[in-house]
Design a protein around this ligand. Structure first.
Ligand SMILES: Cc1cc2nc3c(=O)[nH]c(=O)nc-3n(C[C@H](O)[C@H](O)[C@H](O)COP(=O)(O)O)c2cc1C
Length: 327
């Protein structure tokens, strides 16, 4: 009997299509609809410390004589956090799939306390994203990797639920980092988070936002690193995020070594119906390739045997392949 069930970071999912953290998942009613549309799990919109602070600074009626700046920051931090805990509780009440909370941590701040409260509110797992550009001239090589490990250690001490690390794509060697994350207790990794896209408007001669959404072409980067890292660090779960737009993207991600995919742009662009298209397409592919379950083909095309076939995951230069592109 063919089944789409999978296990990601210790969570049992009815299928591998997880709705990725974004405003798609910022309220309980939307999460219920995503669940009804067939999602295997949802990752709630991230709680950003930066955003809490910005909201406080943006308050027009902020009167420093009535309430001190620090008190007000504390008040709004509390309020924002309570809102987030309510999102977890309400979503948990309305869905029967795993609910993964998400925090954006950019320093060691108060995240351990928040993590404990997130767990107490009922989240089934906690995803941490530490997405940030490293641009300082004084940057010490390895400092950003170390920040990931330090935050992970603090959070692991605080909670019992699985902890998932969502990585940016700005690491020299994600494989070595993932090995360290595994050694320090991470249950899963997501490859990759997406930086806010930037562009330049040449008519107005000013900076502007780029396209918020990915295309299928973005999948290649996640496939490469999932294919390499899942062979090297076999005991941690992988989810692909970035460029999964259809059932083929789900199948490719699993063949590369992922246990699940986190999907965002495709749902924004095509609506919740794409979730069922993905799971139906996955089931069809499994039937036509006589695969009864996900573990049968998870990682089948990862880097586990570097001597066989064409190793495109580790190929960086085009070399002789330039020959194909004659004008
Ligand atoms: C509008 C928008 C909002 C997002 N918000 C978050 C967020 O709050 N936290 C997070 O970890 N990722 C966030 N992301 C990144 C997505 O979760 C996802 O990792 C990324 O878009 C790549 O997946 P995709 O190709 O399916 O879009 C956001 C993406 C978009 C487009």
């Amino acid at each position: 009997m063919r089944t789409l069930e999978t296990t990601f970071a210790g969570l049992s999912l009815k299928n591998p299509v997880i709705v990725s953290s974004s405003s798609l998942t910022d309220n309980a009613e939307k999460n219920k609809q995503l669940c009804e549309a067939g999602a295997g799990a949802v990752v709630l919109k991230s709680l950003f410390e930066e955003q809490i602070l910005q909201e406080v600074e943006g308050m027009e009626d902020f009167d420093p004589f009535v309430m001190g700046g620090n008190d007000l920051t504390e008040y709004f931090r509390h309020h924002k956090l309570e809102e987030y805990f309510a999102l977890i509780r309400d979503t948990k009440r309305m869905v029967d799939i795993p609910v993964i909370a998400s925090i954006n941590a950019y320093d060691e701040g108060n995240w351990t306390e928040f993590a404990q409260k997130i767990e107490a509110a009922g989240a089934d797992a906690l995803e941490i994203n530490i997405l940030a550009l490293q641009t300082s001239l004084d940057y010490q090589y390895g400092a950003f990797e170390k920040r990931h490990i330090d935050i992970l250690k603090l959070v692991k001490k605080a909670v019992k639920v699985p902890v998932i690390m969502k990585l940016g794509d700005n690491f020299t060697n994600p494989v070595a980092l993932i090995q360290q994350l595994y050694a320090n207790g991470a249950d899963g990794v997501v490859l990759f988070n997406r930086f806010y896209p930037t562009d330049i408007n040449i008519d107005k001669v000013e900076q502007c936002a780029g396209n918020a959404f990915t295309t299928e072409a973005d999948l290649s980067k996640s496939l490469r690193w999932t294919g390499i890292a899942s062979a090297a660090v076999g005991n941690i779960s992988f989810a692909v995020s970035g460029g999964v737009h259809n059932a083929a993207g789900v199948v490719k991600s699993i063949l590369a070594g992922a246990s699940a995919v986190e999907v965002c742009s495709a749902i924004y662009l095509k609506g919740n119906g794409i979730i069922k298209e993905m799971t139906d397409g996955l089931a069809e592919w499994m039937d036509s390739h006589t695969m009864d379950n996900i573990p049968m083909f998870r990682g089948m095309l990862n880097m586990h045997d570097r001597n066989e076939g064409i190793n495109t995951f580790e190929r960086t230069q085009f070399l002789k392949y330039y020959g194909q592109f004659k004008k």
